[in-house]
Write a protein that binds this ligand. Sequence first.
Ligand SMILES: [Zn+2]
Length: 309
Amino acid sequence: MSHAPIPELVADKAHRGPRIAHAKGHDIIACEICGFKHVLPLPDPQILAREYAENYYAEEKPNFIAHAGEDQDWFALAQNDRLDAFERFLGKERRRLLDIGCGPGFLLKTAIARGWDAHGVEPSRQAAAHAHALGAKVTRGLFDAHSAAELGRFDVVNLTNMLEHVPDPITILTLARDLLDPGGVLAVGVPNDFSPLQIAAQNAAGLDDWWVAPPHHLNYFDFESLSALLVRLGLKPVERMTSFPMEAFLMMGDHYVGDAALGRACHNKRKNFDFALEAAGLKGLRREFYGALAKLGLGREAVVLAVKP
Ligand SMILES: [Zn+2]
């Protein structure tokens, strides 16, 4: 990875902006047209589609489904936080959820247990089969104009760790918005990248920008760029949420980048942090703590809930 002292302007027909990073042969630009950071040139969508259908969970994330099962007690804290927020905005009667890129289906399972009518879309054969086995309705395949037309209407459309992977996030969000009835909620969670604590951790640990991960991560958002995009699509952002700022471990001397065992150990520590608050009856404080971090632009994820007028 290298940083040019004076950012070089990179452009094609649809995108232009200064190059802010370079990794694995890919330029990352702060795109002035899109309003967020992304890889340029963008990869061929058909090659990506094959990759996510057959290889992603098998080759890139071979332990993901097993770890997600181990972590589900902890994931359930954030899933219930999010479902509580949906129910606050929607009232009691509106319970139709679509989870685009539902992965192994754990959010759907938590939602069904709370009385939601939950439907997932997932390209990965392995992950879609897992979600189906948990009792969820799953459409296996890519979310695009063709599949969107078959899905019906929803009160919530959720996208967690999906938007960073796709070559045209604006099209995906537009299709997602159009499946919502008025007053419905679009919930988008992405990695919070190029964040102030990542920059501090990068300096403290003497690391490159380790979060830059093409070709799987094509887009790099933060709270501001994600909110601005939702506003541009006619939605009204109403809430920000996040999770523990993992880069704090690097700042404190745990150099987990490239060390999977230490990374897992740090992950377990942040789980313990959340469980300790929960066990002490401080659920509300945990939510407010992460809400306050999110207001500062901090935390590992940028999650924005936006209402369709
Ligand atoms: Zn662009």
